[in-house]
Design a protein around this ligand. Structure first.
Ligand code: PHE
Length: 326
């Protein structure tokens, strides 16, 4: 075989094994054809030696290149030192927070900027904190089995029905003046499109000197407007909560291209008012010297208005088609 025959043979090789065999045949240390031929240079007649050596080296180079090229072709990037940095990997999917914890963070941030401290309290509460210290009399309807989940076998213990007990816990530990908010889960025996047995609230409390309903309104309207991210209509109406006097409820209007018949109707956001003197005195705060407001708002409700979500239960169903929209 002539060296030039290998110019055909090498490119025609089909497998890496075949190529390996061929490489050994030509360049093998012991009896490779090229190896042997190189060794033979010394026996060539002196006048032909130069030409013979030059010719042989030319073929050695040529065939080496052909073998290397073939190797690359057969082994791809696997030949040890080539990394294909142009490779397009599929985009990594990144998760994100669920709407509710995301909103809670925003609440903490917006109120934080207005000087409100963030506090947390237990979800399993005593009757004392959930009701008594909030001036809720023993015969108040909120106490009966209809609304409240009472703990079985543990006396006077409930799943908290609102975040208001954290007001009490906070006031027992801090001296006025102070401002705090408390986000968290609350529980009630209730379930329909705008109620769930577990939902979230954020409580607010501001105690100081000369605090009035005007401050309450300013804080609520400013913060909710910012949290919703666009102009919404609010309405305050009188409401009864034993732990505030006067007490109010605040509603927000369904606005936008909502695909339900709720457009233009009001949705209740929560209750608020001036902290009742009995509550202040109960935690040892002189109600002649200090006064302030409190509010307890739903978290799902403003989110429903913000994102035009018609059914509150969508928040908890874990349906990715719903969750991925936000
Ligand atoms: N805790 C009340 C509720 O859950 C709301 C509220 C909080 C009302 C603070 C007044 C002041 O309905």
């Amino acid at each position: 075989m002539n060296w030039s025959d290998y110019e055909v043979t090498i490119p025609a090789v089909k497998t890496a094994n075949e190529l390996e065999t061929l490489e050994q045949k030509l360049f093998g240390r012991k009896s490779g054809l090229i190896t042997e031929a190189l060794k033979g240079i010394k026996d060539v007649a002196p006048e032909k030696k130069k030409e013979f050596a030059a010719d042989l080296n030319m073929w050695k180079k040529k065939l080496t290149i052909l073998i290397d090229e073939k190797k690359k072709e057969l082994l791809g990037a696997d030949d040890g030192d080539s990394i294909d940095i142009s490779l397009n990997l599929p985009k990594k999917e990144r998760g994100h927070l669920h709407l509710i914890p995301e909103f809670i963070r925003e609440v903490e941030e917006v109120f934080g900027r207005m000087g409100f401290d963030t506090a947390y309290g237990p979800e399993i509460e005593t009757e004392e904190f959930n009701f008594n210290k909030l001036n809720i009399p023993a015969d108040h309807p909120a106490r009966d089995g209809q609304d409240t989940f009472w703990a079985k076998g543990v006396k006077n213990t409930v799943l908290r029905t609102h975040t208001s007990p954290v007001q009490i816990r906070y006031m027992q530990e801090h001296k006025p003046p102070f401002r705090m908010i408390c986000p968290g889960k609350v529980y009630r025996k209730d379930s329909d499109a705008t109620h769930s047995p577990m939902f979230h609230q954020f409580e607010g409390l501001m105690i100081g000197k000369n605090i009035s309903l005007a401050n309450l309104k300013a804080v609520l309207v400013t913060s909710l407007q910012e949290l919703i991210g666009r102009k919404v209509e609010f309405r305050f109406r009188t409401g009864y909560f034993p732990f505030v006097e006067p007490g109010m409820e605040m509603d927000m209007m369904w606005q936008g291209d909502l695909s339900t018949s709720r457009e233009g109707k009001w949705l209740e956001m929560g209750g608020c008012g001036m902290v009742h003197p009995n509550v202040l005195e109960g935690v040892g705060i002189d109600s002649k010297e200090w006064q302030g407001f409190a509010f307890g708002f739903g978290i799902e409700r403003p989110l429903m208005i913000k994102h035009q979500i018609p059914d509150l239960r969508s928040f908890y169903e874990g349906d990715l088609r719903f969750l991925r929209q936000f």
